[in-house]
Write a new protein. Structure first.
Length: 336
């Protein structure tokens, strides 16, 4: 009798679980149709625009010639998986190319293509009279891929620079780019179920203890394996650029949660940037420019209330910092 009772309860539990799962799936899919939910949009991004990489040093790459509407914005990728116009393999006469590598910030998550800092830089440089005297055109390559780190950025550039033929490379560096990203096995449930993916992220957030600031500080401890690997990747990238006569610049993007004087990360930003300077790499630190505009309300720089990726206004500021750096350095025209 007890065995039958246990089996009966098991079936009731399984039925209840299945019922909740189905209702949850329908509910999340319905809501996400009308409202952009960050975790769901990231799942769509992984399904529609990413693929597992054959490179053992990479977890994933973009799918060539793919597109999807994410966070209300159309993302269209070219044959190299870049979010810019198709690039000619043959470099035009007097054409200057800037190859930008980085994460979802470079990709322009939640931002229209024309409002991304890479597009702003390209437009402004092509309108500059002094630049036009030396070059017929400036082409800026947006090779940003979400959920990548510095090690990924080096590997991706190493695989593509012979195709893109850049004169300058810009490494967009965010404070979490020192994290180690392991190659994951595809989980069919998380890959195809919006409800499962949403609940998984909620549980992960709930289980995370401690402040984000403390996590970042620990990430950059002098004995941190993550930071050691990140620095090694940057040194490898610098050596690759030196061998191929490519200018190398680092674009530093701060965390957009806090721009006040009591920001615990300011000292960490200085530590990171000083390390890059010791490597003899020019650094564009956008913290000051962003803090001037968003100091009183950092959320005004966000894509949405729950998504702290830089929005179009923040991208405009970053793009202007980049442009001013290039003009001051006189990379594009003779100083005589």
């Amino acid at each position: 009798m007890s065995k039958i009772f246990l089996i009966s309860n098991l079936f009731k539990f399984l039925f209840l679980f299945f019922y909740i799962f189905v209702i949850g799936e329908i509910g999340i899919r319905t809501i996400s149709y009308f409202v952009d939910i960050y975790d769901i949009e990231m799942l769509k991004y992984a399904k529609k625009l990413k693929k597992s990489s054959n490179n053992p040093n990479l977890s994933h790459e973009h799918i060539s010639n793919s597109q999807s509407k994410l966070m209300g914005v159309n993302i269209i990728l070219n044959s190299l998986g870049h979010r810019n116009d198709e690039l000619s393999i043959k470099k035009n006469i007097n054409e200057y190319r800037i190859h930008i590598i980085g994460s979802s910030i470079t990709l322009g998550w939640g931002v229209k293509k024309e409002n991304i800092f890479s597009s702003i830089l390209e437009k402004d440089l092509n309108l500059n009279v002094n630049v036009k005297e030396k070059y017929n055109s400036i082409f800026v390559i947006n090779a940003g891929i979400g959920n990548t780190n510095t090690q990924h950025h080096f590997q991706l550039f190493k695989n593509q620079f012979n195709l893109t033929k850049p004169d300058t490379i810009i490494l967009q560096y965010f404070i979490n780019d020192a994290e180690i990203i392991k190659k994951k096995k595809n989980n069919l449930i998380l890959k195809h179920s919006y409800f499962a993916a949403f609940m998984y992220q909620q549980i992960r957030s709930y289980l995370f203890h401690g402040s984000l600031d403390d996590y970042y500080v620990k990430l950059y401890d002098k004995n941190s394996q993550s930071w050691i690997i990140a620095k090694k990747s940057i040194k490898n990238l610098k050596n690759l650029c030196n061998k191929n006569n490519i200018n190398f610049i680092i674009l530093f993007i701060p965390d957009l949660h806090n721009f006040s004087e009591n920001n615990k990360l300011i000292n960490l930003y200085s530590k990171i940037n000083n390390e890059f300077t010791r490597m003899n790499i020019p650094v564009i630190n956008t913290y000051d420019s962003l803090s001037k505009t968003f100091k009183s309300n950092p959320r005004d720089s966000w894509v949405s209330k729950k998504d702290p990726h830089p929005n179009s206004k923040a991208h405009e500021i970053i793009g202007k910092d980049l442009y001013n750096f290039f003009i001051k350095q006189k990379i594009f025209y003779d100083s005589s």
